[in-house]
Ligand binder design. Sequence first.
Ligand code: THU
Length: 145
Amino acid sequence: MNSDIVKLLISEASKARTMAYAQYSNYMVGAALVVPSGRIYTGCNVENASYGLTMCAERTAIFKAVSEGQRHIDAIAIVGGPLKETRTGFKDESDYAYPCGACRQVLAEFLPDKGDIDVIVDKNLEDYKILKLSELLPYTFKLDE
Ligand code: THU
């Protein structure tokens, strides 16, 4: 993974995170993915008063991309963390936010033609890890194998 693209995805995910609708958990997540043409799609988590209807940031970004015709994802960056209330205001903490199991399974549907999806989890632009979807989700459920 080219480090310029990694940093761009992290900064786009951070920007998307500012749109998080997370008033019930106060855990704000942003995601940015890149498709083979180089186009980037972003998403944030969208919570609901009926908690189970919440949508994760990763799937928001994936469904935006797929609903606009994309079928393959090369990489996705995720930035997440709680917004904590303190005596002096709000403290925003970002830690490595690993995609949940449901998002891993949905990502696995849109692998690149050859290879794997890079999953970038990060604290900031300098402190990140690049993992492979295949290590996060071995033995993926598929209908055609
Ligand atoms: N969340 C995500 O957006 N992505 C994940 O992979 C895990 C969890 C969101 C859902 C909910 O709004 C908040 O984080 C706390 O679970």
